[in-house]
Design a protein around this ligand. Structure first.
Ligand code: FCB
Length: 445
């Protein structure tokens, strides 16, 4: 349960010296100022009625583009060492677009908060999508050119970089199921989008290193997959889901190979591409939210956790039994699954695994007195600490998110922020969890 950060009864354990504490956001979800950048796939997607549940768009979002000094002050007062944000490729493409990030990075540096940019958090320029997007190999090359351009401009003030956010979700939701932009429903024909994102990552790592960058990671989504029962069909289906979520991206990155049977489905000279994809990483970012229970297909579409999983998939996502609390999104709150995830990564990848950073962890709840969020974060930090005690090398933890924001196909209905945003007035109000985290950080070395 949540405790007072300084409380004598149940104090938060001490994390190692130099442990990096941060919060995360992404450009499309908070910036707004859509009239001052090129359009992205998300602008086109949200313009189609029914794609976003409340039919909202991110044209204004939190108006962070204009209010960034206030948001940086919130970061400074929270006491985090780092801020993970994303750079909008469509903004960089438009005249003067990089100037915004120049100002933001200066503001962060002056506030003593380390900037940690992600180069791609799902907002592909529409012009790149029109030419084929992630289904086309050239997009990977263009991404590396864009990465080099950004590093040239900001590299003097930024040491830590992230190439891509969650290529697994972007492939599954954006290209296989179509519930996210660009809205493609290709099912397993979406696999080339996975390969080209991985190739884009590897080429960008090379481009960033050529520009003098020495501290590079990627942020991937992972979570334990639990078979719905001991029955062979459920175990097999869960194993398949586990490959898609936990191995399809991590194996090429960390081992230089695809899980068995998947390399053959990828386009191009896969063996040569894998050498690029497996460029050694300085650290590996994990976005963790919840474990997934998976069983054999049930012959019908399944609505789960805000997503529709079509009947023809070779698995079905199930409720996790056991009376766990759930967030407003319906995601189960099971902190010990984070310990399990981290130790399973160490066991699977051994000395091929670089240090881990938790690049996202958080929950959606209504309300400013958000005691559930405090309990969630408290539980997950303790679970992370248990993984440290078990010998897993974790170097940092970033909460998703600083602000309530545009939660993709859910619109503004899901509130993940430590800071409440009133979307009428754009007023920011720190929630109880913001004060709790500030106290936890003050009590750390
Ligand atoms: C992750 C995304 C992030 C946010 C959280 C809730 O999958 O990376 O942008 O939407 O989920």
């Amino acid at each position: 349960m949540a405790s007072d950060a300084r409380g004598a009864t149940n104090p938060m354990p001490r994390f190692p010296d130099g442990f990096l504490w941060g919060v995360s956001t992404s450009a499309h979800q908070i910036e707004g100022a859509a009239d001052q950048r090129d359009p992205s796939v998300w602008d086109a997607f949200t313009a189609e009625p029914g794609r976003v549940k409340d039919n909202t768009t991110a044209a204004v979002a939190c108006d962070h583009y204009h209010r960034y000094p206030e948001d940086v002050a919130l970061l400074r007062d929270l006491g985090v060492g780092a801020y993970r944000f994303s750079i909008s490729w469509p903004r960089v493409q438009s005249p003067g677009g990089l100037d915004f990030y120049d100002r933001l990075v200066d503001e962060l540096t002056a506030a003593g908060v380390q900037p940690v940019p992600t180069l791609f958090h799902w907002d592909l320029p529409l012009s790149v999508e029109t030419e084929g997007g992630w289904l086309r190999r050239e997009t990977a090359e263009r991404f590396a050119e864009y990465a080099a351009l950004v590093a040239e401009r900001l590299g003097d003030r930024i040491s830590k970089w992230i190439t891509l956010n969650e290529p697994a979700e972007h492939t599954l939701l954006g290209h296989a199921l179509g519930t996210h932009a660009p809205g493609k429903q290709l099912m397993f024909d979406a696999l080339p989008a996975a390969h080209h994102q991985l190739l884009a990552h590897g080429l960008a790592v090379r481009a960033l290193r050529a520009a003098g960058v020495t501290d590079i990671g990627i942020a991937n989504s992972h979570g334990p997959t639990w078979p719905a029962s001991d029955e062979a069909a459920d175990v097999e289906a869960a194993g398949f889901y586990d490959v898609l979520l936990n191995q399809l991206f991590a194996d090429p990155l960390l081992l230089g190979q695809y899980p068995e049977g998947l390399g053959e489905l990828m386009p191009g000279d896969v063996a040569a591409d894998l050498k690029v994809i497996a460029e050694p990483l300085d650290w590996y970012g994990i976005n963790y939210y919840a474990p997934t229970s998976v069983g054999a297909p049930q012959g019908a579409d399944i609505e789960f956790g805000g997503y529709t999983f079509p009947a023809e998939l070779p698995f079905s996502v199930r409720e996790i039994e056991g009376g766990h609390p759930v967030t407003d999104f319906g995601w189960p709150v099971i902190p010990e699954a984070l310990t399990e995830l981290l130790t399973s990564f160490r066991d699977r990848y051994g000395d091929r695994l670089p240090p881990i950073v938790i690049t996202e962890n958080g929950c959606s709840y209504e309300g400013i007195d958000d005691q559930e969020r405090i309990a969630f974060l408290d539980g997950h930090l303790r679970a992370l600490h248990r993984a440290l005690e078990a010998g897993v090398d974790v170097r940092g933890y970033f909460v998703w998110s600083l602000l309530d924001n545009f939660e993709w196909a859910e619109g503004y209905a899901r509130r993940f922020g430590l800071v409440h945003v009133d979307y009428e007035t754009l007023k920011r109000t720190p929630k109880a969890s913001y004060g709790w985290l500030r106290d936890v950080l003050r009590a750390q070395p």
